[in-house]
Design a protein around this ligand. Sequence first.
Ligand SMILES: NC(=O)C1=CN([C@@H]2O[C@H](COP(=O)(O)OP(=O)(O)OC[C@H]3O[C@@H](n4cnc5c(N)ncnc54)[C@H](O)[C@@H]3O)[C@@H](O)[C@H]2O)[C@@H](O)CC1
Ligand SMILES: Nc1ncnc2c1ncn2[C@@H]1O[C@H](COP(=O)(O)OP(=O)(O)O)[C@@H](O)[C@H]1O
Ligand SMILES: [K+]
Length: 505
Amino acid sequence: MKILTAAQTHQADQATIQAENSSSDALMERAATAFTDWLTNRQLPTEAGEILVLAGPGNNGGDGLVTARQLHQCGYQVRVLLLPAEKHSADFTTNRQRLPAAVPVADLGPENLPALTPATLVIDALFGTGLSRPLEGLAATMVQHLNASQSRVVAIDMPSGLLTDAPQPKDSAVVRAHHTVSFELPKLAFLLPQNAGFVGEWHLLPIGLNREFIAQTETAMYFVDATLLAGKLPKRAKFGHKGTYGHALLLAGSKGKIGAAVLATKACLHSGVGLLTLRTPAIGYDVVQTAVPEAMALIDPHPDFITELPELKSYSAIGMGPGIGQEAATKEVLARLLREAKAPLVLDADALNLLGQNRDLLALLPPDTLLTPHPKEFERLTEPARDDYHRLELLRTFCQQHRCYVVLKGAYTCLGTPDGQFYFNSTGNPGMGTGGSGDVLTGVLTALRGHSFLSPLDAALLGVYAHGRAGDLAAQQTGEAGLSAGDITRFLGPTFQELITQPLF
Ligand SMILES: NC(=O)C1=CN([C@@H]2O[C@H](COP(=O)(O)OP(=O)(O)OC[C@H]3O[C@@H](n4cnc5c(N)ncnc54)[C@H](O)[C@@H]3O)[C@@H](O)[C@H]2O)[C@@H](O)CC1
Ligand SMILES: Nc1ncnc2c1ncn2[C@@H]1O[C@H](COP(=O)(O)OP(=O)(O)O)[C@@H](O)[C@H]1O
Ligand SMILES: [K+]
């Protein structure tokens, strides 16, 4: 799915109205109906208690007014509070007039803030994507009053006060919604950790925005779901053999962290690799030969950490980093790898920390190298970010400057590409915030980068998505708290099976 800006979303609304030869009022009715259906499918009139619709002066307020009318017609107990304003949108005014007289309506005022109890269900329709600056005055006071209450809050389209795709001053008033119900396409603001407390759980409702317009609209941001990946992973060829699927090399492990090597190795083996060789220090020999007999062990002469780079010419992808430590000799191995490798590289964990400490090495990164930092590792490669938007700027600059792909890990892992695009991943769960999950990802990505039939972009997208999806399938069995990184590897197989498409021709 594409992620559009607030301005593009507005254009998509207009294009839809034009293409259908309908009216903005009809589109509002459609959006609000979808919202009302969403709500009434979850809350019966008796469960909902008193519903308070807070309506602003624009079309977001208009959505709120339509919803109030529809809920009233369905037998819910609704009242409306309007935010006084000099100007109202045309569709707001139309729907204000359509509101049945039986629905109580009043103006908000500094002396007229509503009593909010835990039994009140508040529908936040103050502002949506039209917000152009932080809230102030009465709107800000109302939002603070709401946030201080125990009421349940569902926001329409955006939690009011939150900008759709730009940072805002710290401490500005933003509704802290339990749920945000938005339309058609996700918004950038939903995907950033700093907004989690405002957005709550978010949901998307289709409202039939014009497909052609969306397809034509240029964007540098995507939300990666199964649809976006359809057709990218081919079924294995009938006469395929281990040579068809690449020979990967992993450099992983050090004394006390051979487990990281085992996890990455298992993950690589479960992600379709043809052959796999693991370079690990001598101390890991018995462990890896026992835990992952399918992999060939190429043992470093040093007992505790990796000190020598093996001959590279037979490998189709090389992953380095999980559990390797930061010894000077290991750094030299990394430097030689960057100079000599012809195969695609995947760099993670301590390989990234070593790069951060020796930034001159960044100039050696071969084009299309894939780096997989979590935010702290990324900071070591760049600089501390002021906020999530700044971090994305740093990500774009880094990828463009070094012609590399960066998987910035998190709840919505963001893949940055050398041409400045962002792909936010949709799979994964908080259970994956456990030691070793990242090592598993390195193994998955190394396997896929070794598939000559996948582009660097598709390999990265498929790998990140599959890693999260396998984590989701695992969590269905183990629960989030019970999930350990090894569980993810066991569900990679079913995940890739889901992703494989088999066109008839
Ligand atoms: N036909 C359409 O365009 C559709 C619009 N929809 C709804 O319309 C919303 C967007 O509507 P609008 O573009 O009217 O924008 P909003 O309703 O989000 O807000 C715009 C109004 O707020 C004012 N404003 C902006 N920032 C302010 C601030 N900080 N303090 C005080 N006032 C401020 C603007 O001058 C304008 O009057 C969407 O979020 C969605 O809820 C949906 O009904 C789908 C269809
Ligand atoms: N809340 C979350 N939701 C989804 N995925 C998550 C969440 N927390 C962590 N993950 C995923 O788990 C992995 C953790 O990697 P990392 O931080 O490198 O862990 P480690 O170094 O312990 O292996 C990343 O792929 C990340 O996207
Ligand atoms: K809102």
